[in-house]
Design a protein around this ligand. Sequence first.
Ligand code: AMP
Ligand code: MN
Ligand code: MN
Length: 332
Amino acid sequence: MTDPAHPAPSGSAWAAVTSALRASRRVLLVLHVRPDGDSIGCSLAVARGLRAIGKQAVVVSPDPIPANLAFLDPDRECVAPDKAAGPFDVALFLDCADLERIGTARTLLGEIPVVINIDHHRSNECYGTVNYVDPDAAACGEVALRLCDALSVPVDARAATALFAALATDTGGFRYGATTAVTLAMASRLRAAGADLALVGHEVWDSRSAGSLRLLAVALNSLGTDGELAWVSLRASDLASSADPGDSEGLVDYPRSLRGVEVAALFAADQPGRVRVSLRSNRRVDVSRLAQAFGGGGHARAAGCTVEGDLETVRNHVLDAARAALQPEGLS
Ligand code: AMP
Ligand code: MN
Ligand code: MN
């Protein structure tokens, strides 16, 4: 599985990651806030692999697992941070660009001597004692599979399904430009290892709750457009009526799908006085730079930030910045 544009990991950072994990006994794996398929899939697969080579592994999630990703954790092993009984000798972060993205799980870190940070976000802040970031990986799942190989841990059908879900969700079902020949070769290998593609496809994309369908209707009714910019907005009252925090996942893809749109945004007033903003672009604008201007981060085509203020004020600010980014001399 070689690709000159995307070589397998090597170098001192990778050697430090693998030797720290080989030497570990009890590893705490930490998901990011509002965990997605990449975060959950990577951590559950690697935790399973670590156990297969005699390590203890505990997975904590600062937020509940969204209903449409619960199938990845049939044993309900992802626990809230206050349920993780230490001590741990290694903390392992997969798909976490910065420590703010781990929310309440941060309190667990003080006592853990080795913090391994493995990621694929270009904006990663290298907060670990050991850091390995591959911005060319379409999903952190690619690095997680290489980690399993480097540690000689088996990838059984359940781990393969988890890693396949990581790859498939971060690439929008292998549609986004970040998908490489390596991504597809890994997906093929995971399928051969027993990954249940139909289960992933059905659970992730074809099993919506009634709440999420209603929220979709609200979002579509809020559609705003201005040239190459399109957005949808969810008020606090819209979100309060939705049962699952994952219900707003993917809604930003609707304004993004509008023909001629380059930058799409979702504004979700999910807490009093603050708005969660999801940003997407289709071809040109680097929305991670846009998100970073508001204290967030992410990737060139998918990024996000959480901004203090009421829905209308935040929306106006972010849309103004997006309009500037869309100018020929703007962020790209
Ligand atoms: P989302 O729009 O929530 O699906 O997030 C898209 C991408 O942006 C993901 O890669 C996230 O890691 C990143 N992201 C979202 N929100 C934030 C934030 N508040 N800070 C940093 N990165 C974020
Ligand atoms: Mn993620
Ligand atoms: Mn990811």
